[in-house]
Design a protein. Sequence first.
Length: 90
Amino acid sequence: SKSDVGLPLSLRNKCYKSFISQRIENSAVQDDVISVLSSIGLRPEVEKLTERGYRLDALVDVNGKKIAVEVDGPFHFVGRKPAGKTILKH
């Protein structure tokens, strides 16, 4: 479900729609990971949208269990610490 932050419903809806409509750009590393998942017989759902509006890099079904896959390359970090966007997502 969406966050219940103290914003008016119309503004919450606008924010949510803007959040989920962001342009998606897969990295080469992410594409490689998706290819490997496919090559071992999994069928990754790429850029799977969650109920909260976040996108998973991939969602795979392993023996009936849904498993999220996040590919965090170098641009997800500042030095050795996760960047703000990465912290929010995880």
